[in-house]
Ligand binder design. Structure first.
Ligand code: IYR
Length: 222
């Protein structure tokens, strides 16, 4: 049976050129302020902010609009503790045996190590899962297209939304992350993509002095 697409008016919001330039520039100024934070305070996140940021992430474009993501929000202290214990076990392996020296050298300037207290201190962890396929109620599976790309875009929306709302985030990728399926009781078609730590920075928070590549280095016009 042929499916007829249900096409509706776009409702595109148009701005004049100066407004478009000002908005583009304001967005850059907002985003360039964002820093990954590793020292969190336990200050609570105002209600509704996480939900709205995740709803915004859920508006991301995705392969065939299949929305192959799941966002697990962890606020329960006991679950955060379990995640910290499991992540630190993996990180000890990583820092003390698995990581090649070249990788450790690349990380040295960030000052990271196998201690992850932020996993317990920060008020919320958002674990983003990617679904390579979906499972129907009858047990059949349906493939998702471009799942990684789609979830990466949604995660970008989420990080941007939380930053614009006034929260700090840390993109954390303990590796391997399959312990997150066990602790959060997520099904096997969901693969942990990223663990996002969310909250406010501690008063004493410091960040490494890093620079971003200039436009000329990251962009070519054709
Ligand atoms: N997962 C480890 C190591 C690490 C790896 C990269 I690539 C980073 O940008 C930062 C850290 C950790 O979280 O410490």
């Amino acid at each position: 049976m042929k499916v007829i697409p249900d096409l509706r008016p776009l409702n595109f919001v148009q701005f004049n050129s100066p407004e478009t330039q000002a908005r583009g520039s304001a967005f850059f100024d907002e985003m360039r302020r964002r820093r990954t934070v590793r020292d969190f305070s336990d200050r609570a996140i105002p209600s509704g902010v996480l939900e709205n940021a995740i709803k915004a992430a859920g508006t991301a474009p995705s392969g065939a609009n299949l929305q192959p993501w799941h966002f697990a929000v962890v606020q329960d202290p006991a679950i955060k503790t379990r995640i910290r214990m499991a992540a630190e076990a993996e990180e000890r392996e990583f820092y003390h045996s698995r990581a090649p020296q070249e990788w450790l050298d690349a990380l040295a300037r960030l000052g990271t190590d196998d201690q992850k207290p932020f996993l317990e201190i920060a008020p919320a962890l958002v674990v983003i899962f990617a679904k390579a396929y979906d499972m129907l109620a009858d047990g059949r599976t349906v493939k998702n297209y471009y799942a990684n790309e789609s979830v990466g875009i949604a995660t970008g929306f989420l990080i941007s939304g939380l930053h614009l709302a006034g929260l700090a985030t840390l993109t954390h990728t303990p590796s391997p992350m399959s312990f997150l399926n066990d602790i959060l009781e997520r099904p096997k078609n969901e693969r942990p993509f990223l663990l996002l730590v969310v909250g406010y920075p501690a008063n004493h928070a410091r960040v490494p002095h890093i620079t971003k590549k200039p436009l000329e280095e990251i962009c070519s016009f054709h």
